[in-house]
Every structure is written in structure tokens, then in C-alpha cells.
Design a protein around this ligand. Structure first.
Ligand code: FAD
Length: 303
């Protein structure tokens, strides 16, 4: 199955912008069946790849990530990227995760730190008996290094407005460069609503020697509650036009949803016009979002 870094490099040679989608493993007993139906709809749009998230804690379904990525590759011939997080991961858990990815034939991985389990610090893991020990993988760059050594094609997360726990722009870029130095060969950004933030970030990253492709992760806002949650979780700034749209459609949820999708489509078209390396749509498992994004980009003649 295709290596995602090569998808970006061959697209760059012909000035094409790869389009990719993110999905998460559906919850419940019918995870695989629901994912298969959704993947069928997404595959009709011919994305360059689909990435599948990994949920280490809470109600997430981490067991399903590699299986769903494998199913999308095998049944729909669409390349995939399996996300993998290392917070709370010890050596044995790493070995299990790698064996599973290999058994499922998944070659591309998005290596992430993930959110720290309660009580853990950046450097210390907490065990069931309350004992603390050094965490084997402190940051995503450490997981990246191991996965690359184990033969995977590895990507990482990038933060145009800085990670929510990183208060220094220079450190944000430095941590990105560390992931590239550890072997990350492509990056996907955190969602953002203001493209200017991305253009400034791209310039700073290039200046710091980040040469791996930076694909823009775009998520439409669908409701006021959802955008509030996202803004608090990831620290993305809300430009005035979005606040106006939220006020305008406050009592009309369907129009607000459509306005959110339209705003995201306009963002994607502008990004494509500015020659970004790739466009990654956070579909939230809703194929109509992916469909709208592809139509907007194809109508604009940019992909
Ligand atoms: P890192 O790059 O390790 O950064 C974590 C924090 O440590 C940042 O504040 C960073 O600035 C800082 N840092 C990094 N290196 C150093 C260093 N050397 N010294 C000091 N500080 C350092 N989460 C999931 O649970 N599952 C998913 O599937 C998932 N998919 C995602 C996909 C994308 C595209 C993105 C952008 C995020 C995703 N996340 C996912 C969320 C991600 O796991 C969290 O944002 C997490 O808190 C940080 O992950 P990271 O890989 O960026 O970590």
C-alpha cells in the first residue's frame, strides 16, 4: 500500500495538492460495519489517503484503529494512516501496537503524544499502585524515532497557533523540527479558522529548516457547542466572520451547519490558491462534509 510521504512528493512534482480525510472508529457494537459503509462513501471521492484516529482513553475504541485502516486499504484501495499515541504507553504496549499494525499491513502512522493520563506529568508515568516512573516516550518525537526505526512511514502533528500547552512560538517550531529530525516525513496541522495564522507558521517553519510537507487540517464548525469545545481544547482563534455567523444563525442549527461547511470550503480553496502542500479534512465521520470540500476544490479547478 502506498507510502504517504511518497504521495506528497509525487504530488509536489506535478503541483497537485493531495486531499485526505480523517475519520474516527465509530463507537458501539457495529464499529466495523458502520466504518465500512462510511469508508465506501469517502472512497467514491478518491482521496489520496484516509487517516484513522486512535483513542487511548475514555470511551474511544483504540482496538479498532488498525483494523479499520486495514479494511479501507484492502476493500477500497485507498491508502491509510493509522494514528498512534504514546502517552501512558510502556515498552510492552509499544510492541503490541507495532505487531498489530504489521499484522494488519498498515505502513503509515501518525505518531502523537496524546493527552496525558490523569496524574501523569510530561516526564513521569503513574502506575496502579501510585508509584511513579520515567515515561519511555516523553514526546511524539520519541515515538516517531522508534516507529521509523521499525520501518514505518511516520507523520506528526503541527500547530499553526501553537499547542495549547506551549506558550512560545519559537518552542512550537523547535518541537516541530525535532519531530522531522526524528524521522517524520509529513505533518498534518491542528484545525485553524484563520488561514493567515497558517501562512505565518509555514514561513517560520521553513525558516527553521522544516522541509517535510505541511498538510492543512480543516474542520468545519457545525454548532455553537462544538466550536466552543474545539476552541477550548486546542486554543484556535476565532476570526470575527465566524463570530458573526454564529450570531446570525444562532436559532437556526441547520443554516449554521451549512454556514460552517461553506466557511471551511472557502478556507480550503484559499489554502489551495496559496500553494499549500496538502489539504486534510476532519470529516467527523460525516461524508457530506468531505463531499462539499471536494466539490468546492474541484469547482475552483485547483485540484
Ligand atoms: P508533542 O509533539 O509531543 O507535543 C506535546 C507538548 O509537548 C506540546 O506542548 C509541545 O510543544 C511540547 N513538547 C514537544 N517536544 C518537547 C520537548 N522536546 N521539550 C519540551 N516540550 C516539548 N490525539 C489522540 O488522542 N488521538 C488521535 O488520533 C489524535 N490525532 C491527532 C491528529 C492531529 C493532526 C493533531 C494535530 C492532533 C491529534 N491528536 C490526537 C491530539 C494530540 O495527541 C494532542 O494535541 C497532544 O496533546 C499532543 O500531541 P503531539 O503529538 O503534538 O505531541
Amino acid at each position: 500500500m502506498r507510502n504517504v510521504a511518497r504521495i506528497y512528493s509525487s504530488a509536489a512534482q506535478v503541483a497537485k495538492k493531495p486531499i485526505s480525510f480523517e475519520v474516527f472508529p465509530p463507537k458501539g457494537d457495529l464499529t466495523h460495519e458502520v466504518a465500512r459503509e462510511m469508508a465506501g462513501h469517502l472512497a467514491e471521492l478518491h482521496p489520496d489517503f484516509i487517516s484513522v484516529t486512535y483513542s487511548a482513553g475514555g470511551g474511544g475504541n483504540k482496538q479498532a484503529t488498525a483494523a479499520i485502516a486495514s479494511m479501507i486499504q484492502d476493500d477500497f484501495a485507498v491508502p491509510t494512516v493509522a494514528h498512534l499515541t504514546c502517552a501512558g504507553m510502556d515498552e510492552a504496549a509499544y510492541e503490541r501496537a507495532v505487531s498489530e499494525l504489521q499484522a494488519f499491513g498498515v505502513h503509515n502512522v501518525l505518531a502523537l503524544r496524546g493527552d496525558l493520563p490523569q496524574g501523569e506529568t510530561d516526564t513521569q508515568a503513574v502506575h496502579q499502585d501510585g508509584e511513579m516512573s520515567a515515561r519511555p516516550f516523553l514526546y511524539a518525537r520519541d515515538l516517531t524515532q522508534r516507529l521509523v526505526a521499525d520501518g514505518f512511514c511516520v507523520g506528526g502533528a503541527a500547530y499553526p497557533e501553537g499547542h495549547v500547552t506551549c506558550f512560545d512560538d519559537a518552542a512550537n517550531i523547535c518541537h516541530l523540527k525535532q519531530k522531522q529530525d526524528a524521522g517524520a516525513s509529513f505533518f498534518i496541522t491542528q484545525l485553524f479558522f484563520d488561514n493567515e495564522c497558517f501562512y505565518r507558521f509555514r514561513e517560520a517553519a521553513l525558516k527553521a529548516g522544516v522541509s517535510a510537507p505541511l498538510a492543512c487540517g480543516i474542520m468545519p464548525f457545525l454548532s455553537k457547542a462544538q466550536i466552543q469545545r474545539m476552541v477550548f481544547m486546542c486554543g484556535a482563534s476565532l476570526p470575527a466572520p465566524i463570530i458573526k455567523l454564529l450570531a446570525r444563525w444562532e436559532s437556526d442549527p441547520e443554516s449554521l451547519r451549512q454556514a460552517g461547511i461553506e466557511y471551511a470550503c472557502n478556507q480550503l480553496v484559499d489554502l489551495a490558491n496559496h500553494g499549500v502542500d496538502g489539504l486534510h479534512v476532519y470529516t467527523m465521520n460525516q461524508p457530506d462534509i468531505a463531499r462539499a470540500a471536494c466539490s468546492a476544490l474541484r469547482e475552483s479547478g485547483l485540484v
